[in-house]
Ligand binder design. Structure first.
Ligand code: DC
Length: 212
């Protein structure tokens, strides 16, 4: 196998890209970076001290100080932090600051997942995947996750999760800078009717056929 192997995985929220990325990283023994976490860390830092989410200078300052080795996935997975992340992610200065660190992470071979990995962060990745699923299925997955984590049906509804997800998709896909879209050479994987094991096997077949 050629070295270093870079696998770029993009897709909207709750498409299954995170689980798939972790499985691929384990399989190929590569480090994995969930790039959503770094935008989430910026959002969290602003929320924690009650700072506005629409001030680019402030958000850029916070982004400068994000430590990639200290990203706490559990703490950052809160729904509100995802919303905040999507808001700071539209800011070109924030994206620019985080770009080089993501490239440095990828340089020795890695699996990265996010929104702009195949298009901007690692345009020369060996394998590019665009993982998606219908908004309804993604919202159902998110909703079930929230209930599992202790939220109750009194404070969260499937309809509200679906509405939020559509707003977030719209913001992520229609921002000017590095919008969410498949790279021209990305393989599309629709997980609407596919479990994660099938998606994983589909990618392994793809890698085999690519001859890497
Ligand atoms: O994948 P996620 O839900 O953790 O991502 C949170 C937000 O971060 C997402 O709505 C948009 C932003 N993001 C981005 O703009 N670019 C990336 N490569 C990853 C995430």
């Amino acid at each position: 196998m050629k070295n270093p192997l870079i696998i770029a995985i993009d897709g909207p929220a709750a498409s299954g890209k995170g689980t798939l990325s972790r499985k691929l990283a384990t399989h190929f023994d590569l480090p994995h970076l969930d790039t959503g976490l770094i935008y989430r860390a910026v959002g969290q830092a602003l929320l924690q001290v009650d700072l506005p989410l629409d001030n680019e200078e402030l958000a850029a300052e916070v982004a400068q100080n994000i430590d990639f080795s200290k990203l706490d996935r559990k703490a950052l997975s809160v729904h509100e932090i995802g919303e905040a992340a999507s808001k700071v992610a539209i800011m070109p200065k924030v994206r620019e600051i985080l770009l080089q660190a993501q490239r440095d992470f990828a340089a020795k071979g890695a699996v990265l997942d996010g929104r702009d990995i195949g298009t901007v962060v690692c345009p020369n990745a060996d394998i590019k995947l665009f993982v998606t699923a219908s908004p309804q299925i993604r919202a159902k997955r998110r909703f079930d996750e929230m209930i599992e984590r202790g939220r109750t049906q009194d404070d969260v509804t499937y309809e509200a999760v679906l509405a939020d997800l559509k707003v977030r998709d719209d913001r992520d896909m229609n921002r000017k800078d590095a919008p969410l879209k498949p790279a021209q050479d990305a393989h599309l994987i629709d997980t609407s009717k596919m479990d994660i094991e099938t998606a994983f096997q589909t990618v392994l077949d793809l890698v085999k056929h690519t001859g890497l």
